[in-house]
Design a protein around this ligand. Structure first.
Ligand code: ARG
Length: 585
């Protein structure tokens, strides 16, 4: 379905032409003076230069052409040469009726849908999932849903950090604690036990302990490095132990992401890219794309047009270990082979931007991705505490995601219990939904690149620019719909009879423009700003209108149709943000 502004632009372009001017001046935008008009066209100003005529006269000529057009209640030329437009209420209602009947509100899918690999989440196995990974999960999930809404094939890949030194640290520490386990016995011929020799809680204690120890204890650090090396070179006991670590950790991660309503299509890890590294390096060397630098193998990625220095991409360290960049390059080899993507989008902390710049350049230079494949980096800022420093728990440690969700849920559960509108049985589910809305909207309503302050009070308020406020608006509408008695789906929209109703209708017509913008820029914050405005219009309409008490049945049905469409749009939008509304709250 054509967007309303495009439809109006086409009318105005035709009017320019009918008046003897070039139609390209007919571009219309939503008015920046809603007190004066709904839409405006500023084309008469540049046209004045071409036609050596006063802009006001041109605007008046165009307005005259629109005078007989039933779509407009007003087409007016005003100084110095604006064309101010108001739709007729009939045309507005007709447009919304078409939107309501269309699939996906008539939002057109991308005419050239792509295959997109979305790299998000990025947790590290055996290390607790912390708030640093929260943003990647929240933003990535929303971007995935938006991209899919526009008809793209999106493969969400969690890209587990499952291959680094943390594995060696855990193995070395376990070896000290339980030296008799068969995993450490080189003469053991298997099979290894099925059950893991640790729980997730133990695993999460082992890693920080080992990591701290390696910083003061050189001998231990050497053992951890050696264990990493042996694991990566296939020592059977270590491979078996690593698989146990992975299994226990992944089970826990799955639980956590399910709690967040975040879902990945593939659970590949850095380890899955390892087999691609040796042939890739061989190929790069054979083609003379690498050089040696102080014992390391590097690839230059500086470009002649650069104004800043971009350091070479280090592929192999002097001790023979492959690096983060090497793994990311090999992962691109794997992704090209498995998915042949048109785009690879990384949702990662913006402090890693140089790393991705290097990787992207190296991948292009080496032809690891096709020239037409887009490589994009969506770098996000830090979630800070009220002290302006990266968010910590009350005790000062890194906040565990599970704990954070539990805390937010507990906080909103109290409010829900106070309101006493929700049956006791449903309170758990309701609190969980409201908590996710608070957490996700609190994050997504900011520009991703910006740091933001995590403020539980503010995020979970039922009033203001918050997720719970949006849910509250939806719930309020649902409760009216439930009490309507008639057939909601059959209720027909009617021309607006008041300002609040008209404003709500106009806000609804702006859905396609906002979704298109959110899609173009991978910017969920655009959707947040839009639904905040829409919810504001809905609440104003609700306060000023006796919806169910309206005596005229057709008009009452019109109100019902309007709020039902509003609910549908709001629910579609929050689904794109990654949360959902309860029935009551
Ligand atoms: N595991 C990494 C970290 O915790 C994030 C991974 C991001 N994705 C990637 N392809 N490098 O920092």
């Amino acid at each position: 379905m054509e967007k309303l502004v495009d439809l109006i632009s086409a009318d105005v372009a035709r009017a320019f032409e009918a008046a003897g001017y070039d139609g390209r001046y007919g571009r219309v935008t939503v008015s920046n003076r809603p007190d004066l008009c709904q839409f405006q066209c500023n084309g008469a100003m540049p046209a004045a230069k071409e036609y050596h005529k006063a802009p006001l006269a041109i605007a008046a000529d165009v307005a005259a052409q629109l005078a007989g057009n039933g779509r407009y209640a007003m087409a007016e030329a005003v100084k110095p040469g604006f064309l101010n437009l108001k739709l007729s209420d009939e045309a507005l209602a007709a447009h919304l009726t078409a939107m309501r009947a269309a699939d996906r509100f008539g939002v057109e899918p991308d005419p050239a849908p792509r295959t997109i690999v979305l790299d998000y989440g990025g947790p590290n196995v055996a290390k607790p999932l912390h708030v640093g990974h929260l943003r990647s999960a929240i933003i990535g999930e929303s971007v995935k849903r938006i991209d899919r809404f526009f008809g793209n094939r999106v493969i969400g890949d969690i890209h587990l950090g499952d291959w680094g030194l943390q594995m060696g640290l855990i193995i070395a520490e376990l070896r000290e604690r339980q030296p008799d386990l068969p995993y450490f016995d080189e003469s053991f011929e298997g099979p290894y036990p099925e059950a893991a020799p640790f729980t997730i809680a133990e695993l999460e204690e082992i890693y920080p302990t080992a990591s701290a120890k390696s910083k003061t204890d050189e001998a231990f650090a050497a053992k951890a490095h050696d264990a990493t090396y042996q694991l990566q070179n296939g020592r059977p006991g270590y491979r078996a132990l690593w698989k146990q670590i992975l299994a226990v950790s992944v089970a826990d991660l799955k639980k956590n992401y399910a709690l967040l309503d975040v879902d990945f299509d593939v659970w590949y890890g850095e380890s899955d890219a390892q087999p691609y590294i040796p042939p890739m390096l061989e190929d790069l060397q054979a083609r003379g794309l690498t050089r040696e630098s102080e014992g390391a193998l590097v690839m230059d990625v500086q470009l002649p047009e650069d104004t800043k220095e971009v350091p070479p991409c280090i592929l192999v360290k002097s001790d023979g270990a492959a690096l983060y960049a090497t793994t990311d390059l090999a992962t691109l080899v794997q992704r090209e082979r498995d998915f042949h993507p048109d785009e690879v989008l990384y949702v990662v902390d913006k402090r890693q931007s140089l790393h991705f710049e290097q990787v992207f350049r190296a991948a292009r230079k080496a032809g690891i991705v096709r020239p037409e494949t887009a490589l994009k980096f969506l770098g996000f800022g830090t979630m800070n505490g009220k002290d302006g420093k990266p968010f910590k728990t009350r005790e000062g440690g890194v906040m565990r995601l599970e704990r954070l969700i539990a805390e937010v849920t507990e906080f909103v559960a109290k409010k829900i219990a106070e309101n006493a509108t929700v049956a006791a049985d449903d309170r758990g589910d309701t609190a969980h939904r409201v908590a996710l809305a608070a957490l996700k909207y609190g994050d997504l309503s900011n520009l991703a690149t910006k740091d933001y302050v995590f403020d539980l009070d503010r995020f979970s308020a039922f009033e203001g620019n918050t997720g719970p406020y949006i849910l509250y608006t939806i719930v309020r509408i649902k409760s009216i719909l439930a009490r309507y008695g008639g057939d909601v789906a059959a209720a027909a929209l009617r021309p607006a009879s008041g300002d609040a109703e008209r404003d709500l209708m106009l806000a609804l017509t702006r859905l396609p423009d906002n979704l298109a913008l959110a899609y173009r820029d991978s910017a969920p914050n655009v959707i947040c700003a839009y639904i905040y405005e829409l919810a504001g219009c809905a609440n104003k309409f609700y306060h000023e209108t006796k919806i169910l008490a309206e005596e005229d049945a057709e008009r009452r049905a019109g109100y019902i149709a309007l709020i039902d469409l509003t609910r549908d749009v709001l629910e579609t939008c929050i689904d794109l943000l990654g949360f959902s509304a309860p029935e009551k709250m």
